[in-house]
Design a protein around this ligand. Structure first.
Ligand code: GLU
Length: 321
């Protein structure tokens, strides 16, 4: 650890999902987290979020790592694969259950959508959805309906605001019970949910600073809640503006998302750098010169405090320049 004496060590991470090649959207998150870590003389780890094997594209994990390497990212220690960490997520879930914070749920997605539509939910109509779908109305909170087997396991949430300061997006607060509801910790297919896995792994890897895309800003209060319940430390958060296409889709979900070219990564790195509000290098640099400039001049304060911005992947050469 290289941080100065008396200061907590800095440890950052990049946590891609192997659902495709490394594209411009994830390059932004990788670059921001890397530059922030190295500018603080910190460590930077890579974690492959490959829990959902049904969404994984074969070969994508290796391709992402090869592209990161070709871009000049250097990570500390071996890559952590979430698919090999099921025991840790199961142990955390057991702990939450011992604390009385979980309950089994029999509802399918279609049933929840119906319950919410039919008003089997005492919340005002406008607050019955959040960005990931309908807010669970709490049907199984008091126990499984007779004869119905458990499908998923949920966290029992309680009203109350979670507050945190995001280094880029500023002060945040969310009442998880009202905004999201009792959220899933283990899905009906037996896969542990991202929210649980990310909290367990950020703590396991000793992450002190999370720098990632702003699509996860609204997930952070759930993660803080789980850290609190499990007695885990809270990292500091910084959410960088997410690149979306003209239809408002995350680039990973857009057909137009071009993979970063490992044979010529500098143009994409320079675009990502200016996207992040950073000063471009004064002269035409090779890769090593870019990185020296990036680590010397990175400033989190220059990153625009916006959650989403539109990018045209075909014309991305002109973005931010
Ligand atoms: N795996 C997530 C993604 O690729 C990132 C999760 C995180 O950084 O917490 O968008």
């Amino acid at each position: 650890m290289t941080a100065g004496a008396g200061h907590p060590p800095y440890r950052g991470r990049f946590a891609p999902s192997p659902t495709g090649a490394l594209h411009f959207g994830s390059l932004i998150a990788a670059l921001a987290s890397y530059a922030d870590a190295r500018a603080h003389a910190g460590e930077w780890l890579v974690r492959m979020e490959d829990l959902d094997r049904t969404r994984e594209i074969p070969g994508a994990a290796d391709a992402i790592l090869r592209t990161l390497d070709a871009c000049g990212f250097r990570w500390d220690g071996p890559t952590l694969y979430q698919s090999r960490r099921t025991h840790a997520y199961a142990a955390a879930l057991e702990r939450l259950t011992e604390l009385g914070l979980t309950y089994p749920c029999a509802c399918s997605r279609a049933e929840i959508a119906r319950q919410v539509r039919d008003g089997n939910d005492c919340r005002p109509a406008g607050s019955r959805h959040h960005t990931e779908g309908p807010i669970y109305p709490g049907t199984c909170r008091g126990g499984l309906p007779p004869g119905r087997p458990a499908r998923s396991i949920r966290l029992r949430t309680h009203p109350g605001k979670i507050r945190f300061h995001d280094r880029i997006q500023g002060d945040q607060r969310q009442d998880v019970a009202a905004a999201v509801g009792d959220f899933v910790l283990r899905r009906a297919d037996g896969i542990h949910a991202y929210q649980l896995a990310v909290v367990v792994d950020d703590a396991w890897q000793g992450i002190t600073q999370v720098v990632r895309g702003a699509d996860l800003l609204a997930s952070t209060p759930r993660q803080l809640l789980l850290q609190q319940a499990l007695g885990l430390p809270h990292p500091t958060y910084a959410h960088v503006p997410l690149a979306v296409d003209h239809a408002g889709r995350k680039l990973s979900k857009s057909l137009a998302a071009a993979p970063v070219d490992p044979a010529d990564p500098l143009p994409a790195l320079l675009r990502a750098w200016t996207w992040l509000g950073q000063r471009p290098p004064p002269t035409e640099y090779a890769l090593s010169g870019f990185w020296a400039h990036a680590i010397r001049t990175w400033s989190c304060a220059r990153v625009p405090a916006i959650a989403y911005a539109c990018i045209d992947p075909d014309a991305s050469a002109s973005i931010g320049t």
